[in-house]
Design a protein around this ligand. Structure first.
Ligand SMILES: *[C@@H]1O[C@H](CO)[C@@H](O)[C@H](O)[C@H]1NC(C)=O
Ligand SMILES: *[C@@H]1O[C@H](CO)[C@@H](O)[C@H](O)[C@H]1NC(C)=O
Ligand SMILES: *[C@@H]1O[C@H](CO)[C@@H](O)[C@H](O)[C@H]1NC(C)=O
Ligand SMILES: *[C@@H]1O[C@H](CO)[C@@H](O)[C@H](O)[C@H]1NC(C)=O
Ligand SMILES: *[C@@H]1O[C@H](CO)[C@@H](O)[C@H](O)[C@H]1NC(C)=O
Ligand SMILES: *[C@@H]1O[C@H](CO)[C@@H](O)[C@H](O)[C@H]1NC(C)=O
Ligand SMILES: *[C@@H]1O[C@H](CO)[C@@H](O)[C@H](O)[C@H]1NC(C)=O
Length: 470
């Protein structure tokens, strides 16, 4: 029997959900620098996150594979499910829960290799299938990657054992049915929702629901502002991509440069990605954004990362939607003036950073954006494509008041008003070539940026410490 045939059999016994009710899964958040997860589960099954600081950078959900439970990164920016196997001996794999075949129940392991490349590392191993449980659901014969080798991923620092990717099947790096398909195929109401808890909003908590709405945030599908998912730059749905029209700073519009995604006009493309810590956009636009704040922002020449005065309250809005109807979603100022460096010198890491490595869209809107919305990810049906529902959960006035209370008064009254920036004529074709021509990596954007950001951040702290020592 050849591998493909074996795999075909595996695929045929395709994933089905054993349970058909809506469900809500607890979601825990990991914080830097301690890396210790906090959770506080309320009696009704919802999860409230106790937040001790603002250093949260990734969100974790428990997933059982066979009889073992693993903390996995909840990642709307990739499509694979994979866990580290106990065959993995690299340093990256130490100190995390690893899949052991001796605890397997319904495992079928193929000889089909899988491999996913990151900017700074990779993960590889064999394609397998096993009963996967998400809260009360069982995905029978769910295909997943059993990673026997990782490089440069440093999960041992993060304490999670892999990734639960919830982007579209076309971006899978292994054959078979994606988790998204398994879930959507079987749910009577095929969608999932996510909220990410944050510190400054005492009212917020994290949750991840399948086929039902978290009634802490909404009652009905009609409460959401709906946005069609875009195929931009591809023939099929790939990521949870939507159109971004402009950004605002304190209600003043900053127009954006033309999209680098082929065929896209009148907007840029943003990917909603829970697996990315910050919001990442084209260098040009991010530069424009920070420069409009005058001396309150600076670009660290060593790390290339933008920093901003910690007490600077900046109300940033992202206008998302479709051409006829878009809406501005505002960020908590603490997600923009994000995290204080180790040197405690009054400069914070900006929540918005430049990155041109993203090849699926112009922006990755990661956790700093997603903490401010209740988001819904809906399957396609016979008459409509997939869509995203967004509901703002950040009130600009109360977020500003909370920010002032924690950061103190803004002593710099000389900040120039945000300026209107004209787009310059870099043709989309040229940008497209620059971006895609040099990029050999595709897929797995969440992981890519997650990893590169960790490194960059360590670099930033290191640089700040070194400066102080001089
Ligand atoms: C995840 O699983 C671990 C180990 O079983 C458990 O201690 C923890 O409470 C779980 N967390 C959530 C959010 O379910
Ligand atoms: C193994 O699969 C069967 C159904 O195919 C399921 O009932 C059982 O719960 C699975 N075992 C585990 C530990 O997931
Ligand atoms: C690890 O995975 C590779 C494919 O990526 C495979 O060739 C190798 O046999 C696997 N090793 C073990 C010990 O399973
Ligand atoms: C939390 O909720 C209460 C009651 O709805 C509201 O008054 C308060 O402003 C909220 N706090 C924040 C930080 O949004
Ligand atoms: C934005 O508005 C707030 C509140 O009015 C103000 O404190 C802050 O300085 C403004 N920020 C900028 C960048 O203009
Ligand atoms: C398909 O989805 C759209 C949008 O959610 C909905 O309005 C429509 O009724 C659905 N059609 C069918 C046939 O289910
Ligand atoms: C908050 O939003 C309202 C409505 O969009 C606007 O009128 C007000 O100026 C905003 N306040 C701040 C502090 O940004």
């Amino acid at each position: 029997m050849n591998f493909y045939f074996k795999f075909f059999l595996l695929w045929q016994s395709a994933s089905t959900l054993a349970s058909r009710q809506g469900c809500k899964l607890p979601l825990i958040r990991i914080k830097r620098p301690s890396g210790i997860a906090q959770e506080d589960q309320s009696p009704d099954g919802s999860t409230t996150i106790q937040v001790l600081d603002r250093n949260d950078y990734t969100y974790i959900v428990n997933v059982s594979v066979g009889a073992q439970s693993f903390p996995l990164t909840l990642d709307t920016g990739s499509s694979d499910l994979w866990v580290i196997s106990n065959e993995c001996k690299s340093a990256d794999c130490s100190n995390v829960a690893r899949y052991s075949q001796s605890f397997s129940t319904n495992l079928s392991i193929t000889q089909t290799p899988f491999r996913t490349d990151y900017i700074s590392g990779s993960v590889s191993g064999l394609v397998a299938a096993e009963t996967v449980s998400l809260g009360p659901y069982q995905l029978i014969s769910q295909v997943f990657g059993l990673a026997n080798r990782t490089e440069g991923i440093s999960f041992s620092d993060e304490g999670n054992s892999g990734i639960l990717g919830l982007a579209f099947p076309s971006e899978m790096s292994m054959p078979g049915m994606a988790v998204l398909q398994s879930i959507f195929t079987a749910l009577p109401d095929p969608y999932f929702t996510i909220t990410l808890g944050s510190k400054l909003n005492v009212n917020s908590s994290s949750s991840f629901t399948l086929g039902q709405i978290d009634d802490l945030y909404a009652n009905d599908l009609s409460d959401f502002f709906t946005i069609p998912v875009s195929k931009a730059g591809a023939n099929d749905y790939t990521y949870w991509k939507i159109s971004l029209f402009y950004i605002t700073i304190n209600s003043t519009r900053i127009s954006l440069s033309p999209s680098s995604v082929q065929g896209v006009q009148h907007s840029q493309i943003a990917v909603l990605d829970t697996g990315t810590t910050l919001a990442l956009g084209p260098t040009r636009d991010v530069e424009t954004f920070w420069l409009s704040l005058g001396s309150a922002a600076r670009n660290d020449p060593i790390t290339g990362m933008w920093q901003v005065r910690c007490e600077k309250a900046i109300m940033v809005g992202f206008a998302l939607g479709h051409e006829d109807s878009y809406r501005e979603f505002v960020l908590d100022p603490a997600d923009v003036s994000w995290e204080q460096g180790a040197s405690n010198n009054g400069w914070c890491l900006g929540g918005i950073q430049a990155n041109d490595e993203v090849d699926s869209g112009d922006w990755l809107l990661g956790d700093v954006f997603l903490r401010n919305v209740y988001s819904l990810y809906h399957a396609a049906n016979s008459s409509s494509g997939p869509w995203i529902g967004l509901l703002s959960i950040t009130n600009n006035e109360s977020a500003l008041a909370a920010f002032r209370q924690s950061r103190g008064p803004d002593l710099d009254s000389s900040t120039p008003p945000a300026v209107q920036i004209q787009s310059t004529a870099v043709s989309p074709e040229v940008r497209y070539k620059l971006l895609y021509g040099t990029s050999t990596l595709c897929g797995f954007i969440g992981g890519v940026v997650l990893t590169s950001l960790f490194r960059a951040r360590h670099g930033l702290w290191y640089a700040l410490r070194k400066q102080k020592q001089k």
